[in-house]
Each structure stands twice: as structure tokens, then as C-alpha cells.
Design a protein around this ligand. Sequence first.
Ligand code: RB5
Length: 142
Amino acid sequence: MIAIGCDHGGYELKKEILKYLDEKGIEYKDFGCDSLESVDYPVYAKKVALAVASKECEKGILICGTGIGISIAANKVKGIRAALCTDSYMARLTREHNDANIVAMGGRVIGAGVAVDIVDAFLNTEFSGEKRHIDRINMIED
Ligand code: RB5
């Protein structure tokens, strides 16, 4: 189960990503928002981050205007490693090296094609499990 959330700046892009998830038959829980009306991105970051940290959802997707605010907010929740990605290379590497559990994107920064590529790479890349990467993640936790 994938948790997904956005603010008004990410709402249009979220709709495109939901289309992709539906097409692929990937189950998700949509934590809002549900319109272009102005809302506060920390609210949605927290909902998705808590769902992932509690293991209710396996991974999360967050979108705001730039992806910056919503990733900063999500990273305040213990156990969350939210990675702001602008291409699929970053999405693949953040899974392999950082074991990121949330991907963040900017709805005003990238188009739907790139965003779908990012989500695809993020959901389909495993953590490498290499000791050096485990050690570094543990250093972040400490
Ligand atoms: C909202 O206007 C905008 O500030 C928000 O979507 C995001 O870009 C913040 O980082």
C-alpha cells in the first residue's frame, strides 16, 4: 500500500500519478488534498509520513509546488527518509543508497512524464543493503 498526499501546488500532478497507479493496479491511500484551494503542506506531509513510519503504508509519495517544503516537513517524522527527486536517476539512487521511504516532487517543477518515471523507479528499486549504506543510514538515525 502506497501513501500519497499533496498540497494545492501538487494537486494537478498528483492526479497524473494516481492515473499511473490505477493503470498499474498499485494500491494506494490518498491523504489529500483534493482541490486547488490553498492548504498547508505540513499537514499532508505529516499524514503521509505517519502512515509510512507506522508501517500502515510501505512507501509514500508527496507533492507540493517545489517538493521542498513537503519533504522538509516529512523528514521531521522519526524513521522517515523523504527524498526530493527531479529525475529517475535520483529516485533509483535514493532507493539503492538511502533506502528512502518517501519520494517528494514539485508539481511546478517537473511534468507528468518525468514524474511517472520517478515514481516507477522509486517503487521498483530495492535498497542495495550494502554495509556502507546501512551504516550511513544508522548515522542519520542516531
Ligand atoms: C505553496 O504555494 C508552495 O509554497 C508549496 O507548494 C511548496 O512549493 C513549498 O515548498
